[in-house]
Design a protein around this ligand. Structure first.
Ligand SMILES: O=C(O)CCC(=O)C(=O)O
Ligand SMILES: [Fe+2]
Length: 379
C-alpha cells in the first residue's frame, strides 16, 4: 500500500504517507482527530497528503493554465527574466541550471514570490533572499501575474491556518509559532517542468529530476499538476517511498526552518524526483508529456535563529520522537549552517543551488559554501 488514512500511528520507518482531511479542522468533534494525525505526521514522517485544502479549485485551475502557457514562451522571452538578473533568486532557470546534491537537476523552472521590496543597504546581506519578482511580459502572457498572485495569496492564507494547527498539534497555544514570521511574510512559488528523460544511455544514466534534498522553509505545499509518478520520500531506514499524485490533494512537507525551530521534533524529510521512462507513460504506453509540479515554500523571518526562539515543547510530545538517525542524510553539509540565523543558512543553500546567481551577486558566500562542501566530503 502506498498511502494510508491516519488510522494508526506511523513510525520513522514509515512505508506509506498519511492523508489528512482539512475539512476535519472545521468542527470541534473532528478537529482532535485531525490534530492527532498531524502530530503523528510531523514527528514520524515529515510528509502528508492534504485533502479539501481551502484553495478554490477555480483558482488552482486558472493558475495551472497560465503556468503551462508560461513554459510555452520562446526561450528568448523566458531569458528576459532569467534568475541571474536577480539578487533575490527570483526568475527563470533553464534546464539543468540548478544543482542539488552536487548534480544538475533535469528540470526547467520559474521562481516567484510574494511581492516585496528589496532590503535597504544597511540590512544584513542575507535579507536579500527577500525581494521583488521579475514578472514576464504581460503582453506575452496576459493574466499570468494576476492568476499567480491570486494562487499565492490563497496558499499564503493556508500557511497561516497551518501554522496555528501545527502549534496546536504540539500542544502549544495556537499563536506559539507566530513570532517566526515577518509581517508581511514572503512565500515562494516555484513552477517546475520536468521534460521526459532522454533515452537511457551511458551519460544519461543517473539523470535526476531533482536530487535528494530537504526544503529550507517552514512547510511546503506541493501541487502535482500532472499524473506522473516520480516524487519519492526517504524514511529513516533510507528506503525511498513513492508519493504519487492523488487527485484533489496537496503534498505537504516540513522544511529545515520548522525542524530547527522545534529542535528536531518535527522532521524535515529528504525527498527527490526520479525520472524513469515508465513514469512518463500512461497504462497504454502513450507519452504523458512533461511532468509539471508547483510547490509553495512557506517562508519564515530570515532573522530567526533557533537560539532566539523560546519554544518549550511539552515532554509528552518530545517522547514521541524516536531517536533514529537517517542512514543517508542528503546535503548534510547544510545541517550546521542552520545553527546561525535561518537567513544565513538559506543564502548559503541558494548560492549552492544557483551558482550562476551566487557568482554574480555573492561570490564570497559561494566560495565559502563550495569550500565547506569540499571539506565535508574529505572528512
Ligand atoms: O517536483 C516535485 O514534485 C518536488 C519538487 C521539490 O521537491 C522541490 O522543488 O523542492
Ligand atoms: Fe523539495
Amino acid at each position: 500500500m502506498v498511502h494510508s488514512r491516519c488510522f494508526s500511528e506511523s513510525s520513522a520507518t514509515f512505508t506509506s504517507i498519511p492523508i489528512l482531511d482539512f475539512s476535519q479542522t472545521r468542527s470541534p468533534e473532528t478537529k482532535s482527530t485531525f490534530l492527532a494525525c498531524l502530530r503523528d505526521a510531523l514527528v514520524n514522517v515529515g510528509f502528508f497528503y492534504l485533502q479539501n485544502a481551502p484553495i478554490a479549485p477555480l483558482v488552482q485551475h486558472a493558475f495551472t493554465v497560465k503556468a503551462l502557457e508560461l513554459f510555452q514562451l520562446p526561450l528568448e522571452k523566458k531569458l528576459e527574466i532569467e534568475m541571474v538578473n536577480s539578487p533575490h533568486f527570483l526568475g527563470y532557470s533553464r534546464l539543468g541550471a540548478e544543482i542539488t546534491a552536487l548534480k544538475p537537476d533535469h528540470r526547467e523552472q520559474f521562481d516567484f514570490a510574494t511581492e516585496l521590496p528589496a532590503p535597504g543597504p544597511d540590512e544584513p546581506l542575507y535579507r536579500n533572499i527577500v525581494g521583488p519578482n521579475q514578472w514576464p511580459d504581460e503582453t506575452a502572457t496576459p493574466g499570468f501575474r494576476q492568476a499567480t498572485e491570486r494562487y499565492l495569496s490563497e496558499a499564503g492564507d493556508l500557511t497561516e491556518s497551518f501554522t496555528k494547527l501545527i502549534a496546536e498539534a504540539l500542544d502549544l497555544p495556537p499563536t506559539a509559532l507566530d513570532e517566526a514570521f515577518d509581517r508581511p511574510q514572503q512565500h515562494k512559488l516555484k513552477l517546475i517542468k520536468y521534460p521526459p528523460p532522454p533515452e537511457p544511455s551511458e551519460e544519461s544514466s543517473g539523470f535526476q529530476g531533482v536530487g535528494p534534498h530537504k526544503d529550507s522553509g517552514f512547510l511546503t505545499f506541493l501541487l502535482q499538476a500532472t499524473p506522473h509518478r516520480g516524487l519519492e520520500v526517504q524514511n529513516k531506514a533510507g528506503t525511498w517511498i513513492p508519493a504519487p499524485p492523488l487527485p484533489g490533494t496537496f503534498v505537504v512537507n516540513i522544511g529545515r526552518a520548522l525542524e530547527a525551530l522545534t529542535g528536531g521534533i518535527c522532521t524535515a524529510t529528504t525527498h527527490r524526483v526520479s525520472l524513469r521512462e515508465e513514469d512518463f507513460q500512461d497504462v497504454d504506453g502513450q507519452s504523458l508529456g512533461p511532468r509539471f509540479s508547483f510547490p509553495v515554500f512557506q517562508g519564515v523571518s530570515p532573522d530567526l535563529s533557533s537560539a532566539r526562539i523560546s519554544l518549550v515543547i511539552p515532554d509528552h510530545i518530545r517522547r514521541l520522537v524516536k531517536d533514529e538517525k537517517v542512514k543517508s542524510d542528503a546535503e548534510a553539509t547544510f545541517n550546521t549552517m542552520f545553527r546561525g540565523s535561518i537567513g544565513e543558512g538559506t543564502l548559503v543553500a541558494r548560492v549552492t543551488s544557483h551558482q550562476d546567481v551566487g557568482q554574480r551577486w555573492y561570490p564570497d558566500v559561494l566560495a565559502k559554501a563550495l569550500q565547506g562542501q569540499r571539506d565535508f566530503q574529505s572528512q
